[in-house]
Ligand binder design. Structure first.
Ligand code: ARG
Length: 464
């Protein structure tokens, strides 16, 4: 039976009727629709609408509907997931099934289901991200004190520990987890009891419904609650950050896996060959992650545009906000899973990284710092070392290979301490500030990252 045919003389145009259905995609909301319906059934019983037998029958049937898988063949008579549950309920328990819709509206139902869906996805993506971050932490630990060049403008800038570089990504992904948990806090309120727009017509215990579904509280305003999609937009925005960071990571690993860099050895499990060029090993996993990131941003944009012109309260346009949310969640989960596999199996060419960290004048700033410690103004020291670099470029050598006489020509008194300051370990060691690349600081950062991670892993476990 249709959910709304009484006041119509004519049925809908057949094409329009099919075209406006959401069941082909909103069926993924079934577990949440069932949970929300059970919470509503309890409230109806409390309000005297269902007697205890009717409640028991309804709950039993709802559980069964939850256990059944949604039929693969899409039934064209079913409008949406709400209609599906009602239809199935009536099939199972007869006329009493129609009582469940007392005092509620699909407007609040879909708002509730979507919140429950997003909440679960947040917990899932958090768990996946925590595993991904763990892979970085393990690689950072395994890297020990190996060094590599850090780049600015994609030109060699200063040497850093490989672990320091990997921990930069740990920071990004920990922030992403934090953003998701922040979004979770705001979304965790329950629209049920808001009715179609003005609040339910029955004295339902909204606090009990919210508690049943593990929401922190009922929503505060029925008009807002039945039409708000901020939580969905915020979620997809948070996912966009994950995608953004994954994309930057993928790009850098693609670059570092080229023969030109050869810092990263592509794991065969996450690479593909070429049908034409027998020698190729291509970083497809990384390229697809970078490619899919764009799709996630597109979903975030679709949501913003979809909602921006809507007057209060519910409008059918809101049905169109579901697919971008499902799609972004699916894309990002898949991306993080593959990225975790990649990060777990990837190997680094530490020798080559160390070698690259040892030339290209990346000790120039440290050399200037040494002169500063001797009382020379930094601007002057910069100029002097700059001259020494120019000499090196002319002679085709590194700063540590210039003779004392060469330095004297540049106006630098190069004593033994000066030469010592040019050594890679010394250059790394002077970055001895919180957040810097000195070994002791990186070790500290690694410990902090592990603590944060265990906190998030704890939260993720508590939620599942
Ligand atoms: N399938 C609809 C949606 O996803 C459910 C709400 C329908 N409400 C209505 N007033 N037609 O938005």
């Amino acid at each position: 039976m249709k959910m709304w045919s009484g006041r119509f003389n004519h049925g809908p145009d057949a094409e329009f009727e099919q075209w406006q259905r959401s069941f082909p995609f909103d069926r993924v909301l079934l577990p949440y629709e069932v949970a929300a319906s059970k919470a509503h059934a309890f409230a109806l019983a409390k309000a005297g609408v269902l007697d205890s037998d009717e409640l028991a029958t309804t709950l039993f049937a709802l559980d069964q509907i939850g256990r059944e898988s949604v039929p693969d063949v899409d039934d064209p008579a079913i409008e949406d997931v709400h209609h599906y549950v009602e239809t199935r309920l009536v099939e199972l328990i007869g006329e009493v099934g129609y009582k469940l819709h007392t005092g509620r509206s699909r407007n609040e139902q879909v708002a509730t289901d979507l919140r429950l869906y997003v909440r679960e996805q947040i917990d899932e993506v958090t768990r996946l991200l925590a595993e991904f971050v763990s892979a970085f932490v393990k690689q950072a630990e395994a890297a020990g004190n190996s060094a590599m060049p850090a780049y600015t403008h994609l030109q060699r800038a200063e040497p850093v520990l490989v672990a320091h570089w990997l921990l930069a990504y740990v920071e990004m992904f920990l922030r992403d987890i934090d953003r998701l948990s922040d979004c979770r806090k705001r979304l965790n309120v329950c629209p049920l009891g808001s009715g179609a727009v003005a609040g339910t017509i029955l004295p339902l215990d909204r606090g009990a419904i919210a508690a049943e579904l593990e929401f922190d509280a009922p929503t505060a305003n029925s008009m807002d609650a039945s039409s708000d999609r901020d939580f969905a937009i915020e979620f997809v925005q948070a996912l966009s950050f994950v995608a953004l960071h994954l994309s930057r990571w993928a790009e850098e690993f693609i670059l570092f896996s080229t023969t030109e860099f050869a810092f990263v050895k592509l794991p065969e499990q996450y690479s593909t060959g070429s049908s034409a060029m027998p020698q190729k090993k291509n970083p497809d996993a990384l390229e697809l992650i970078r490619g899919k990131a764009g799709k996630v941003f597109a979903e975030a944009t679709a949501l913003f545009i979809g909602v921006k012109g809507l007057p209060l309260a519910y409008n059918k346009d809101l049905q169109e906000t579901q697919q971008p949310v499902f799609s972004a969640a699916q894309q990002v989960s898949g991306m993080v899973r593959v990225a975790t596999g990649f990060m777990t199996t990837v190997e680094f060419n530490f020798g080559r990284m160390q070698q690259a960290a040892s030339n290209g004048f990346m000790n120039a700033q440290a050399a200037a710092a040494h002169l500063v410690r001797q009382g020379i103004a930094f601007r002057r020291a910069h100029e002097l070392i700059g001259k020494a670099v120019r000499l090196c470029v002319e002679q085709g050598c590194e700063l540590e290979q210039l003779s004392k006489q060469d330095y004297a020509l540049c106006g630098i008194d190069a004593d033994e301490h000066f030469y010592n300051s040019l050594a890679l370990e010394e250059v790394l060691a002077i970055h001895n500030v919180p957040g810097g690349t000195a070994a002791s600081r990186v070790h500290e950062a690694l410990q902090t990252a592990k603590e944060k991670l265990s906190l998030f892993l704890g939260v993720a476990h508590a939620c599942t």
